[in-house]
Design a protein. Structure first.
Length: 216
């Protein structure tokens, strides 16, 4: 299987999964975000803050905040002061919210349980193992590249600061041209070397050369 074929199939799986839950949310007259919140609160019995909700659902704070305001306005949820943090509020169902969750989220739980039972024990383990395996590798590749870029960027900033310092010193008290060229030239050369090394490192990461070398 080529990368293009693999990537296309992985994306199709993700899109189909999203489509299933989008249709379910639409069926109950809700947006995906509102449905996700109801699902999460029902599954975890409430007591979570907005920040925890954003982190768990991997959604932006602004998106979650808008959905929470709508649900609160409709009397589905209420926000209570968090006993552990006075600046935060925890999310709970109202009686209306519990009834709504029972008629919308609970049937989805039952649907998911039926789908779960149709999978063999090995199939269940494979779904989790290979799903997490793929995500872990993606995150590892992302960290390698980001680490190289950040490290190179920090060094370049330091060299630029050094150049700025020498130019400032020269502005305060004129330095001999030869000395100034050396003081400014060295950081410039270092920057050029960093950029070259960074490009080589990124190319190595993207080409998988490091992983291939580790096999020997």
């Amino acid at each position: 299987m080529t990368f293009e074929e693999f990537s296309r199939e992985v994306n199709n799986i993700y899109k189909k999964n999203c489509e299933v839950y989008y249709k379910l949310a639409s069926h109950f007259g809700m947006t995906e975000t509102m449905f996700d919140i109801l699902y999460f609160v029902r599954e975890n019995d409430g007591g979570y803050t907005q920040a925890q909700l954003c982190e768990s659902l991997h959604l932006r704070k602004q998106t979650v905040n808008s959905a929470l305001k709508k649900l609160e306005k409709d009397g589905v949820i209420c926000l209570s002061q968090d006993s552990g943090n006075k600046k935060s509020k925890t999310i709970h169902f109202t009686e209306k919210g519990k009834e709504l969750a029972q008629s919308t989220v609970d049937p989805i739980f039952e649907l998911e349980q039926r789908a779960f039972k149709r999978l063999t024990s090995q199939e269940r383990e494979n779904v989790l193992y290979y799903g997490y395996r793929h995500i872990d590798i993606l995150e590892d590749e992302m960290k390698k590249k980001m680490g190289a870029v950040i490290g190179g960027a920090v060094m370049i900033v330091l060299m630029l600061a050094m150049i700025g310092f020498f130019l400032w010193v020269n502005n305060q008290e004129t330095l001999p041209v030869g000395i100034l060229i050396v003081f400014v030239g060295i950081p410039v050369i270092v920057i050029i070397c960093i950029i070259a090394a960074l490009r080589s490192r990124i190319k190595e990461i993207e080409g998988g050369e490091e992983d291939e070398a580790a096999k020997y």
